[in-house]
Write a protein that binds this ligand. Structure first.
Ligand code: SAH
Length: 365
């Protein structure tokens, strides 16, 4: 796509300004928006409500591009995982998880990550760069392409929910994430309502309030430990923003209510954070916050310094949290046959490419 500008990821105002610069009226931007985000068109020639000459002019200057799938895997349980490649060759993962009553798309916000959480595979990769708004929106569009879900259906969607829980820390790339979320929520386009969008953070406290005010999406906190001592180790960001500050930010999160609870994610690590005493401490910690607790069985990866808690420990933990009045669903592991741990597919792919390169070098002598 040399020399042409991708329109995906421009805000409505930016799209209008772009078209104004080539002499088109503002309502053209609205028509184009509809073609791009509601109909999923990638070819200007197909945009039949626009005059032919105008379509040709657009095609000369712009494209409507999404990331391409460098790899695509489908699990026996229906989970699909894509390694998406962006225009500069960088890659990030995107996962679709179909369930009885919904279909959730897990999107990435960065290539790599800076946080080095000890149980997270992406944590072993260095941060390469932030994704821009178009690359974040592009993940949703690429998934819609693969699911055959254009134009944006009103009901019976396979893609109903979006979670910013893929690679990266969304609140360390706030501007791009915010812009992308506005586009994803737009009712004349992809039209995923804010009630069905969840942003997950390891706890970038200074950005949490702004996220609630400006985006009003659901908030998920990767908690994983109930003492600063342990959380400092598992989620090193805790040293910067310790538990008390994080929970204060949750208590004042704009729009949190019993109808819109904050989700606390808690990865179950055998013998590390899974005791009944820790379950009771968790309940005390979140007292007064409209909350639910997602218990996530640890997804193992080669060389990981942890194991998943056994089923009985998870159940006992869940019972204690539940008895205190908090929903505490245990997340069923999904897609274990397709490199489930976040970041694993990307690492595998880098390894493959490296071995391919070595083989070629060997062949070349
Ligand atoms: N940086 C953000 C979003 C990415 S992580 C955050 O920390 O929330 C998304 C979720 O996946 C987090 O709750 C994280 O703790 C969890 N996670 C990462 N690696 C995991 C693994 N190997 N097994 C289970 N959950 C994992």
């Amino acid at each position: 796509m040399d020399g042409v500008k991708n329109l995906v990821g421009l805000s409505r105002a930016e799209l209008e300004a772009e078209l104004a610069a080539i002499g088109a009226a503002p309502f053209r931007a609205r028509q184009l928006w509809h073609w791009i985000y509601h109909r999923g068109a990638t070819d200007f020639a197909a945009m039949t409500t626009l005059a032919k000459a105008f379509r040709a002019e657009l095609a000369a200057r712009y494209c409507v591009a999404r990331p391409t799938a460098a790899r695509a895997l489908t699990s026996a349980d229906g989970t699909r995982k894509w390694l998406l490649r962006f225009a500069d060759g960088q890659e990030a993962e995107c996962v679709h998880i179909p369930e009885e009553d919904r279909g959730t798309l897990c999107v990435s916000s960065q290539v790599g990550c800076t946080l080095t959480c000890k149980f997270c595979h992406t944590g072993t990769q260095r941060l390469v760069r932030n994704l821009d708004a178009g690359e974040i929106v592009g993940q949703v569009m690429a998934a819609r392409d693969a699911l055959g879900e254009w134009p944006s259906p009103k009901d019976d969607r396979q893609l109903t929910n979006v979670v910013l829980m893929g690679m990266g820390e969304p609140l360390y790339n706030y501007d791009n994430v915010a812009k992308a979320v506005q586009i994803i929520m737009d009712g004349e386009g992809l039209s995923v309502s804010r009630r069905k969008i969840t942003l997950s953070t390891a706890g970038v406290v200074p950005m949490i309030g702004r996220c609630g005010e400006e985006l009003a999406v659901n908030l998920a906190i990767s908690l994983h430990a109930v003492t600063d001592e342990l959380r400092d180790v598992l989620v090193p960001l805790n040293k910067k923003y310790p538990l008390a500050e994080l929970l204060d930010a949750c208590r004042t999160y704009p729009g949190a209510s019993n109808a819109r609870r904050i989700t606390f994610e808690y990865v179950m690590l055998r013998g590390v954070n899974d005791s009944p005493a820790e379950a009771r401490a968790l309940v005390r910690l979140i007292a007064g916050i409209p909350a639910k607790v997602n218990l996530i069985p640890f997804n193992p990866w080669p060389g990981a310094p942890f194991e998943c808690s056994d089923e009985r420990a998870i159940e006992a933990f869940a019972d204690i949290v539940n008895a205190a009045g908090y929903a505490s669903p245990v997340r069923t592991p999904r897609g274990r046959d397709i490199l489930a741990a976040c970041g694993q597919l990307k690492s595998e792919s880098v390894k493959l490419r490296k071995s391919e390169r070595l083989r070629l070098e060997a062949e070349a002598g």
